[in-house]
Design a protein around this ligand. Structure first.
Ligand SMILES: [Zn+2]
Length: 286
């Protein structure tokens, strides 16, 4: 059974053209066996020194030791390549089909698993980038390139990078090393790479915002949640533990906290929409 307040909010939102937005984070990909890489899985050893993810995922480190940063990302990319989408990815895709133009998906995940289940690129905002793309590490152009072919992900030795692989990771325009298309800790959001303005616009148009599988330690998700609340939208946190959003939503009439696994909640939401709402635009296909 869906929470009564939420059911009412959904009912009235579906009478409008406002957005029903899903903001998701690492918790969604955890069921696919992809760690957050912020914890111990993200630690990286160079020589005798251990580096934190917050040191590795920086432009500063890329300037000092681009090869080592690439070794780390090739390890991470290998994990993603060997992973499969999980029920949450499929349920979000189903929600996109049910909610049509009202649906928006803002993801912090860089693994590209939403696209693998067919989430539409025009409704998907990858605010932290996408490991399926690379770009010039020297910014000779701001063009994105698909991640080069030719890596053997199945048998990759995670601590090395071959000469052939380095060649594949060379900018075709200027010959400098390419870089992963992801937002690093010492960089800023922008529209061109990370759809910052678009994500904020979506926030402004959202009647309901669902926050799933993210604890809210980064800036943009928090800004989006605050913006939706400010505009009298309804914000629902779905997370198994307390998070930065919990404080924001506690004792608020337009906030709701649900302590459930994302996949369980999304399954309930899909069932509710199927059973309680004849979604007219869908019926036209019958
Ligand atoms: Zn270049």
């Amino acid at each position: 059974m869906l929470n009564q307040t939420l059911a009412e909010q959904l009912h009235s939102a579906l009478q409008t053209t406002s957005k029903i937005t899903f903001l998701v984070g690492a918790g969604i990909s955890a069921d696919s066996g992809i760690p957050t890489f912020r914890g111990k899985e993200g630690y990286w050893t160079i020589g005798s020194k251990n580096y934190h993810p917050q040191e590795m995922a920086t432009n500063r480190m890329f300037q000092i030791n681009a090869e080592e940063v690439w070794k780390w990302y090739l390890y991470r990319k290998g994990v993603v390549e060997n992973a499969n989408p999980n029920p949450s990815h499929f349920l979000l895709k189903e929600l996109e089909e049910l909610l049509h133009s009202q649906f928006a998906l803002v993801t912090q995940n860089v693994d590209g698993l939403h696209k693998r289940v067919g989430s539409s690129p025009d409704k998907l905002f990858s605010i932290h980038g996408d490991l399926n793309y690379v770009r010039c590490g020297d910014t000779c152009t701001n063009e994105l390139y698909p991640f080069p072919d030719g890596f053997d992900w199945k048998n990759r030795n995670q601590s090395t990078i071959t000469e052939t692989e380095l060649k594949l990771l060379t900018c075709p325009k200027c010959g400098e090393l390419l870089r992963p298309h992801v937002l690093w800790f010492d960089e800023y959001y922008n529209e061109h790479y990370y759809k910052f303005d678009s994500a904020m616009k979506i926030a402004g148009e959202s009647r309901i915002l669902f926050i799933l599988g993210t604890s809210g330690v980064t800036n943009l998700p928090m800004l989006i949640a605050e913006d939706v609340l400010y505009n009298k939208g309804f914000v629902v946190e779905v997370y198994t533990d307390e998070s930065h959003f919990t404080h924001l939503l506690t004792n608020r009439s337009n906030g709701l906290i649900i302590r459930e696994k994302s996949s369980v909640f999304l399954d309930g939401l899909v069932n509710h929409l199927r059973n309680h709402h004849s979604l007219p635009r869908r019926n036209s296909h019958n």
